[in-house]
Write a protein that binds this ligand. Structure first.
Ligand code: SF4
Length: 486
């Protein structure tokens, strides 16, 4: 009988992308996806250790899954991802009923490990570093089951060479490794042939793409000064792939931002006018303690350069409130810089220590939670003020949006994204089409809408016309791995 799996993902886009690959591998192995745990034989939890309380949530869930496993013979529990990489044997010490524990460097082995534990009992397999072959190193090079068929993530780099004091990523994902330039472009070409029209280039530090390739080439004796395949070159190359209408990327690091990236964005008709530009703090003292490698002044200067280069650029950011040692003065600087930056939106986080990071050892300087909460609320007001101003300025404009499908709250309303990545809601009836029939505005369509209203986190709009119907041929494509020699 066909076995069924249920996959639950926690955390960032990198984890979601890994989950697409886990699903692809399991389906290539003959399993089917279950819509809930009750229908499943295997539950896979792809974990994240960046979010607050991730450990408690995972171990709480594993305790509840013990009863699920006991209900039927043959059921298996798999724990994958960053928390598994960090906790290793601790996972089974705290939850002895888990069958497979695998880390961030051996996603490609998921199906084999499940089969192995079915035969021989529990397995913990955590690799210290990424394996060498490209087709298993990068999640994009494995079979995939994507949630949507019109857009896709493309991993261009894994790992991170930085040491931000609050971040566990370098410990669980290892050093930066860039994927070969030609492989990335070839994957985007294949995606476009499948009907994908929007790609997001993904990396922990996406704009330092190629640094390691350049080092390797130098060690191999190459002397050409411009060996490094720059991120800007990659944007340009991906942007001209036939069929691709939108290119996005996340996340860049401000210290590595170069003018040629802005120039490539400005010159490309497909690279979207959206920059996610993580600020983290507006205090130079705190930025130094975080080891971020830039000052507030440099951050704002680069941002001004980006806005000069790229017309109608939307800018979003990440900010941590209450980093150890943050004083009232430090926080006032963050408010000042956030106000000056006039962000379109921000992911704001209250600092919480992550085991294994430098910041977790700074307990003597932790900020009182009541103070942090109050700062957090004040920061949200500043962010929402600039976001609303940006959104109100768009009222009356006609913009092209990529339709994502019915809104979560009201199926009569469609949700879509502008090139600036702004969420837009409009009436699902979609106006009148040929012979007075309503347009069918399916997910993956492009449409023109007129912006009619604004709120801090979304826009309201009126449908104008369909500009492109989806071109994908299948709802959920599954593709065999394509192996490319590097
Ligand atoms: S740049 Fe800093 S925050 Fe980003 S992944 Fe690397 S260490 Fe973490």
């Amino acid at each position: 009988m066909t076995r069924r799996y249920y996959l639950r993902t926690y955390g960032c886009q990198m984890n979601e992308h890994d989950s697409e690959r886990i699903a692809g591998l399991l389906q290539a192995d003959g399993m089917q996806r279950a819509s809930n745990e009750d229908d499943a034989d295997v539950v896979v939890l792809n974990t994240c250790c960046i979010r607050e309380n991730a450990d408690n949530k995972l171990y709480g869930r594993l305790q509840r899954l013990k009863g699920w496993k006991d209900e039927r013979d043959g059921r298996q529990i798999v724990v994958a991802g960053c928390l598994a990489q960090k906790d290793r044997d601790l996972v089974r010490q705290r939850a002895g009923h888990v069958d497979v524990v695998l880390g961030t460097h051996n996603v490609h082995r998921t199906a084999e490990l499940i089969a192995g534990s079915e035969r021989a009992g529990p397995i913990t397999e955590i690799l210290e570093s990424a394996v060498a072959e490209d087709h298993v190193l990068f999640p994009s090079a494995l079979p995939a089951v994507r949630e949507t068929s019109y857009n896709a993530w493309v991993t261009i780099q894994i790992g991170c060479d930085n040491r931000c004091a609050f971040c566990i990523v370098p410990a669980v994902r290892g050093p930066e490794i860039s994927r070969p330039f030609a492989d990335i472009v070839a994957e985007v070409e294949r995606l476009a042939a499948d009907g994908v029209t929007e790609v997001t280039l993904l990396g922990q530090n996406v704009n330092s793409y190629g640094r390691d390739l350049q080092r390797a080439a130098r060690h191999a004796g190459a002397t050409d000064a411009r060996l490094r395949p720059l991120f800007a070159d990659l944007l340009t190359a991906v942007g001209v792939v036939s069929g691709i209408r939108r290119v996005r990327y996340t996340s860049p690091h401000p210290k590595d931002m170069r003018p040629d990236t802005f120039a490539a964005m400005a010159a490309s008709a497909t690279v979207c006018e959206h920059l996610h530009y993580p600020m983290q703090s507006g205090s130079n003292r705190i930025l130094a303690a975080m080891h971020r490698g830039y000052s507030a002044e440099r951050y704002l200067a680069r941002l001004a350069e980006a806005r000069r280069a790229v017309a109608d650029l939307a800018v979003t950011t990440d900010i941590i409130v209450g980093f150890p040692g943050e004083t009232d003065d430090d926080f006032e600087r963050t408010l000042d810089v956030a106000a000056a930056a006039e962000f379109d939106d921000a992911y704001t986080f209250i600092f919480s220590p992550r085991d294994g990071t430098e910041a977790a050892t700074m307990a003597a300087e932790f900020v009182d939670p009541a103070v942090t909460r109050e700062r957090f609320d004040r920061l949200r007001i500043v962010i929402e003020r600039s976001a609303l101003a940006h959104h109100e300025a768009r009222i009356g404009r006609t913009e092209e949006v990529l339709v994502e499908g019915p809104s979560k709250r009201d199926p009569a309303v469609l949700s879509a994204r502008t090139r600036q990545n702004k969420l837009v809601h409009f009436d699902a009836a979609g106006g009148a089409g040929a012979a007075g029939r309503p347009h069918i505005v399916r997910a993956g369509s492009y449409a023109l809408v007129e912006i009619t209203g604004a709120a801090p986190h979304f826009l309201r709009a009126r449908f104008v016309e369909l500009t492109a119907a989806p071109t994908h041929k299948v709802r959920i494509p599954v593709r065999e791995a394509v192996l490319t020699a590097s």
